[in-house]
Design a protein around this ligand. Sequence first.
Ligand SMILES: [Zn+2]
Length: 167
Amino acid sequence: MTGRRNRSDYSHQPRRDRMDEEHVGDPYRARGKWKEPSTCPDCGAIFHGGRWQWGAAAPGAEAHLCPACQRSRDRVPAGQLTLSGPFYAEHRDEILHLVRNTEAKARAEHPLERIMEVKDEAGKTVVTFTDSHLTHGIGEALRHAYHGELDSRYTDEGDLLRVVWSR
Ligand SMILES: [Zn+2]
């Protein structure tokens, strides 16, 4: 299952429904056996009302890594964004600022949506994410701000969203 996701309404949709449909096999989300209340010892997110969110841990909350922190520990991203091209090379700092800024806004609302790592390799920058919707949304934000070429597809295994933006 590959193909583009056209989600121009990215930031205003509840995400969980689609995530569950598309990622029935996501071991990090399907591991939904956390007791309520639980709290993540690494980032402090709490599992409450059936989802991970920011908030104060309830007394007696169990400690369980949230899916984002588990992915970071395992070094298994859900999404990967590759940035390249002459325009990118000239505007690298500004573009990465948009990437980080978009992530910070998403993360403030959704604890599982984070950047894992930013790496430069052979004239390209590769950014990995804990969440595929965020990866897709940042690709869309780049196209919106700078145009350029955007391609977004899942790997054949369906467990990693690869987004490539170039200009
Ligand atoms: Zn966590």
